[in-house]
Design a protein around this ligand. Structure first.
Ligand SMILES: *[C@@H]1O[C@H](CO)[C@@H](O)[C@H](O)[C@H]1NC(C)=O
Ligand SMILES: [Ca+2]
Ligand SMILES: [Ca+2]
Ligand SMILES: [Ca+2]
Length: 312
């Protein structure tokens, strides 16, 4: 009898164990429905809000009430989720590689928690519902402003005040407005008659004189809104043009002794036409202007105007 009883009780016990094994993992883990994450580029830890924690009502039963994994759906997402503590269900989201804000600013993917199943090996494991994770990549100020042109050149007419002689522009490759917008331009030379505003417009602060200086060479630098300065300043050349005063330059008076033969008239004289490149086109103007000049400024020569004078 005792052997039979023992066998029966053994069988009962076995069936009870089998029964309890197949029903022990009753609940799937639970997580929030959505998470918002922030990661700073070039680091690997994602700060999640709310924190990643999976709960399982089977706890504290081993395996069935423990969290074994967080799975990410979305292969292109360079993130992984690791279980920090299977008992508490705490997890952490990390970048698998370097996250570059300049390449991609945001990521969205799905995360799911898995419990450890009914025993070793994870059979009969249950999955939580799918939660959406939205991650924003924070910028680091890695790039300095760079000017669009290697140098700038402009011309002004003497005696005038300009609101803007020219505009320089620098750009910056960072991904956020704070670190990519240009907040400030500055002329690095001291004592120049020029000023620059926040938009890169260069103006003159006083009237310029062609006689005093015909060319100004200044250097301009730029800062992004994170206070990072351009590595190289840019040269800006400003030509000063004379105001248009056409007339004879270089000869005011020639003395001539009657009877001493021919003499070169005003050897250094030249016509200022304002348009320097077109001086050669106007030889007839030269002659006519010469007559006018001679008549108005040198009546001494005016009588002899048509008597074989030469001019070099
Ligand atoms: C895991 O979490 C449980 C429950 O919160 C805690 O008792 C245990 O100390 C934690 N283990 C580690 C290694 O932190
Ligand atoms: Ca469970
Ligand atoms: Ca920058
Ligand atoms: Ca950056």
């Amino acid at each position: 009898y005792s052997i039979v009883a023992l066998t029966i009780s053994f069988l009962l016990a076995t069936s009870h164990i089998l029964l309890s094994v197949s029903t022990v993992n009753k609940h799937k883990p639970w997580i929030e429905t959505s998470y918002h994450g922030v990661i700073t580029e070039n680091t690997d830890v994602v700060l999640l809000d709310p924190p990643l924690v999976a709960l399982d009502k089977d706890a504290p039963i081993p395996y069935a009430g423990e969290i074994c994994a967080f799975n990410i759906h979305g292969l292109e997402a360079p993130f992984e989720a690791v279980v920090l503590n299977g008992t508490s269900g705490e997890g952490q989201l990390r970048a698998r590689g370097l996250v570059d804000c300049e390449l991609q600013k945001e990521y969205t993917f799905i995360i799911q928690a898995h419990d450890c199943g009914s025993g070793p090996g994870g059979t009969e494991g249950k999955k939580s519902h799918k939660a959406v994770v939205h991650i924003q990549v924070n910028d680091v100020n890695e790039f300095a402003p760079v000017f669009r042109e290697p140098q700038y050149r402009a011309a002004v007419t003497e005696g005038k005040i300009y609101d803007s002689i020219l505009q320089v522009e620098a750009t910056d490759q960072d991904c956020s407005p704070q670190y990519s917008q240009i907040c400030n331009y500055q002329i690095t030379n001291t004592n120049t008659p020029f000023a620059i505003d926040r938009n890169g417009n260069i103006r003159n602060t006083e009237k310029l004189s062609y006689d005093r200086q015909q060319l100004y060479k200044i250097q301009v630098t730029a800062w992004d809104c994170g206070q990072k300065r351009a590595l190289h300043s840019v040269p800006v050349h400003i030509d000063v043009k004379p105001v248009c005063k056409p007339g004879w330059q270089g000869g005011k008076r020639v003395d001539y002794e009657p009877g001493t033969g021919s003499k070169q008239l005003f050897p250094k004289m030249q016509l200022e036409t304002c348009d320097i490149g077109q001086r050669e086109c106007c030889s007839w103007v030269l002659e006519k202007s010469m007559r006018i000049y001679l008549l108005t400024e040198s009546n001494y020569w005016s009588q002899n105007l048509d008597t074989g004078m030469s001019m070099s």
